[in-house]
Design a protein around this ligand. Structure first.
Ligand code: DX5
Ligand code: ZN
Length: 222
């Protein structure tokens, strides 16, 4: 299985964002996780298209855009145009989830669907043919640096077992509270795309990226 380390720039130093992105890129990050928050679907407001457009030239790494935005289908083209390589929308934020997912597919980027911790896996049942990745929030969205929600582990495990049973090659991304203390837990449960914000950008981003990338590389080697 391919493992991906995706540092979340929500936790980066915004006055030196390009520098922080280059640091984690050169240290081995596979993707850059970009948490877009609208202050409506989630309490916080983070950043949007202008910021993504300006950091696009800082790295060639995959831009993994996570839209914590109400009615995100309104913005799919804008985010693709400013540099998104993958767009993940929340099932809870769309009036017509299937149409929103098809819109991302038509735009030619990776398709992701996100579920909040309290949202059941059953809402995916009629959508899995439309997606490349499922993002399971392991905190309630809106802020970095929160504590991992322990019930997430069995949710990740159940979803990976479902994909194996149905022979589906779909990535499972986890986002929120993934640290030295919880990363083995989420990997054992079946997650393979790992978002980390504070665990990467608090302290030394280079050393932190190298540390976690090594863990994923060892997993990949089996
Ligand atoms: C929540 C955000 C955070 C962020 C990761 O809305 O999506 O989960 O990406 O933050 P850490 O890794 O600091 O919990
Ligand atoms: Zn995120």
């Amino acid at each position: 299985m391919k493992y991906t380390l995706a540092p979340s720039i929500l936790a980066a130093d915004f006055k030196n964002l390009g520098r922080d992105i280059e640091k984690v890129d050169h240290a081995g990050a596979d993707a850059i996780h970009i948490d877009v928050m609208d202050g409506n679907f989630v309490p916080s407001i983070s950043f949007g298209m202008p910021l993504i457009r300006s950091i696009r030239s800082a790295t060639d790494r995959f831009f993994d855009v996570h839209l914590m935005v109400t009615d995100p289908e309104r913005y799919i083209k804008d985010f693709v145009d400013c540099g998104a390589d993958g767009i993940t929308i929340h099932a809870e934020a769309c009036r017509d989830v299937e149409n929103a997912l098809k819109t991302i597919r038509k735009a030619g980027v990776r398709v992701g669907i996100a579920l909040n911790p309290g949202t059941s896996l059953s809402c995916l049942d009629y959508l899995l043919d439309e997606v490349d990745m499922v993002l399971l929030m392991t905190v309630n969205p809106g802020f970095g640096g929160q504590k991992y929600i322990e019930s997430s582990t069995r949710k990740i495990k159940a979803l990976r077992e479902k994909f194996i049973a149905e022979n589906r090659d779909i990535d499972i991304e986890v986002d929120g509270g993934v640290t030295k203390e919880t990363i083995e837990k989420v990997l054992d449960a079946g997650a393979n795309v790992i978002v980390m914000g504070s665990a990467i950008f608090n302290g030394n981003p280079v050393k932190n990226t190298e540390y976690f990338k090594n863990i994923l590389d060892l997993r990949e080697k089996g």
